[in-house]
Ligand binder design. Structure first.
Ligand code: GLY
Length: 390
């Protein structure tokens, strides 16, 4: 859509925001009845989550959703449940259960860092620092990046993915808390490398990028969850928007302002008329392909994060952009009846198989845990004055 069309889209009013917040809290309360102590699977099935062990990349989001509900309400039922989860995260990092991944920031920022920031719990802080230590192990000196998935000694795994930008705040935070600059230095090196290879000339982004294990030199961009190597996976673009904003928060590298605007500009100009992105930006109005509501939620949070560092006119533009995205999400994708779904945000996509990616079809037109979480974070940010868990 054009900028003019986008600017005509109404922003969320205070009353609509209050209504959306109450709905999200009600949905979270109902979900807590079903999952009083346990975790949920990555995505819902016919609108409802099933139980899952704490061994997936998404476990931190349900905990984070509980912390957000606690912030909105002050209700100890939410904080008690979230604190219980932090012990499970302790066990997971001590016993190294499915920690052969860069997703440690997704796991430990909205759970244990949030617990520490909101309650001062020292054990949660120690647990998050343990996770930051494990994440540092994945930094490759030669390539100057954090490896996404799998064993570090397998040359076929020598790559980064754009999603990792959201794992970096765990490292920046660990430097602030421990006084050891190493964590932040590696995070800053990773983001430098990632942004030098992932952003294309038209400011769309690659999902993943391979490097040569022998030299550390960049090799090629490919996709895992997007339509094809050269298309723009909408959630990947959103990870870029939010990830650049978060690295700006911690590094204040002025080059990231310009990159943020370009990557966000691509995101906004490829939205369909109702602002709910198709799962890949190769699709737009008139397509029968599914939407990925979670991409809009992630991008909205990134815009609100960056807005606080920009001059007034630009700041208002991104705050209002986020308000438009969240309004559309609430109206078109917000779950409003716990009998119909125990998620918060309908119409997400986890993975969609195409002839050009290595994904399977799963979690299509369903809620997913990060969609729920970032939608609620977006509501919390719109409310104002939020200390991020990231
Ligand atoms: N970080 C994995 C995903 O966005 O699906």
């Amino acid at each position: 859509m054009t900028r003019e069309e986008f600017l005509r889209f109404p922003v969320m009013t205070k009353q609509e925001l209050a209504e959306a917040v109450q709905t999200a809290i009600g949905q979270t309360r109902a979900s807590l009845q079903r999952f009083p102590e346990t975790f949920k699977h990555i995505f819902s099935t016919s609108g409802f989550y099933t139980e899952a062990p704490n061994n997936q990349w998404t476990n931190g989001f349900w905990t984070g959703q509980l912390w957000l509900a606690y912030e909105f309400t002050g209700d100890p039922a939410f904080s008690r449940a979230a604190m219980l989860h932090t012990e499970s995260f302790r066990h997971r990092i001590e016993d190294r259960i499915q920690t052969d991944t860069h997703d440690l920031g997704f796991l430990y920022s909205p759970s244990c860092v949030a617990a520490y920031k909101l309650t001062g719990d020292i054990r949660a802080k120690e647990t998050a620092v343990m996770a930051a230590n494990a994440l540092l192990e994945r930094f490759h000196e030669k390539g100057q990046f954090i490896q996404a998935w799998g064993r570090l000694d397998e040359p076929g795994n020598y790559r980064l993915i754009i999603d990792c930008l959201l794992n970096l705040p765990l490292l920046y935070w660990a430097s602030e808390e421990t006084g050891d600059p190493t964590y932040a230095q590696k995070a800053a090196a990773h983001v430098r490398t990632a942004l030098s290879v992932l952003i294309r000339p038209d400011h769309s982004t690659y999902h993943t990028f391979y490097f040569d294990p022998a030299t550390g030199n960049p090799l090629r961009g490919v996709t895992h969850q997007g339509y094809s190597a050269d298309s723009a996976w909408s959630r990947g673009q959103a990870w870029g928007v939010y990830g650049i904003a978060l690295s700006y928060r911690y590094t204040k590298n002025p080059a990231y302002i310009d990159l943020f605007e370009k990557v966000s500009g691509y995101f906004l100009s490829h939205l369909p008329q109702d602002l709910i992105p198709y799962w890949d930006f190769i699709f737009s109005d008139g397509s029968n392909e599914p939407r990925d509501s979670s991409a809009a939620a992630v991008a909205a949070c990134g815009m609100m994060e960056m807005a606080q560092f920009l001059p007034p006119a630009k700041s208002s533009f991104y705050l209002e952009s986020a308000g438009r995205l969240i309004k559309s999400l609430y109206e078109l994708c917000g779950a409003k009846d716990p009998e119909a779904s125990d998620g918060l945000l309908l119409h997400g996509v986890y993975g969609r198989k195409t002839p050009y990616n290595d994904c399977i079809d799963h979690g299509i037109d369903e809620c997913n845990l990060w969609g729920d979480y970032f939608y609620m974070e977006g509501l919390r940010r719109l409310y104002g004055d939020w200390n991020p868990y990231w």
